[in-house]
Write a protein that binds this ligand. Structure first.
Ligand code: SAH
Length: 214
């Protein structure tokens, strides 16, 4: 796959759309300019890669809407060097946006084919996150604590292990809810035992499921 002026032009339009919808952090818009989203999609979808739409990526999963990726990233308030745990690598697109912002990214995916595919694309783009095949509910205890945690699938409730792996003062962005719709939440770990929870509207994600897929 190649990046061309045509795709670059399409990205500029998408960036304007994101700006109009309220994404104001310039570094995030720049990251969307740098990362070719069509690399993360099947060739058949390349022409639509810069419309604000989700697409099938295999294993019954979808790449999130660009707006959803930008919105979660904005809530995450990414700083250079932040150590971030992502649950749900999927296509690797969200991972690459976080890398592009200078974060040290650790991402977990429960479907092996998606994990392997994301690994190849991210290597090709010269991003160096640490990708794991595993159950995101468990997180990565040996690599904890993390400054931030981002969950890109719909969780039925706040996963306790992942709160334990978050630093005090750290934040988790997580869509919570079973079924079709989830409430986007920002959880701040204000102390070892206390959480502050804020809500940011309704989104639609594939479910966060237990255990690695077969
Ligand atoms: N961030 C991705 C979104 C992919 S959809 C992107 O930009 O493409 C969400 C992903 O979460 C799916 O790939 C799904 O397999 C994965 N997932 C669901 N439950 C999980 C779990 N318990 N651990 C790790 N990944 C999980």
């Amino acid at each position: 796959m190649k990046d061309t002026f045509k795709y670059k032009g399409m990205r500029k339009k998408l960036i304007n759309e994101l700006r109009e919808k309220g994404i104001s952090q310039e570094s995030i818009l720049e990251a969307f300019d740098c990362v070719p989203r069509h690399y993360f999609l099947d060739n058949a979808f390349a022409e639509q890669a810069y419309s604000n739409m989700p697409f099938q990526i295999g294993s019954g999963q979808t790449i999130s809407h660009p707006y959803t990726v930008a919105f979660q990233t904005q809530l995450l308030d990414v700083r250079q060097g932040d150590k971030i745990l992502e649950i749900g690598t999927g296509s690797g697109f969200q991972t690459s946006i976080l890398c592009s912002l200078g974060a040290k990214v650790f991402s977990v995916e429960r479907h092996k084919p998606l994990h392997l595919k994301a690994k190849l694309i991210l290597q090709k783009l010269h991003f160096t996150p640490r990708l794991s095949f595993g159950d995101g509910y468990k997180g990565l205890p040996l690599l904890a604590p993390f400054d931030k945690v981002i969950i890109t699938c719909g969780a039925p409730k706040i996963p306790k292990d992942l709160i334990d792996q978050l630093k005090t003062g750290g934040i988790m962005i997580i869509p919570i809810g079973e079924g079709e719709k989830q409430q986007m939440k920002r959880i701040t770990k204000t102390s070892e035992t206390e959480l502050e929870i804020e809500e940011f509207g309704v989104f639609s994600f594939v479910p966060m499921l237990e255990k690695r897929a077969k």
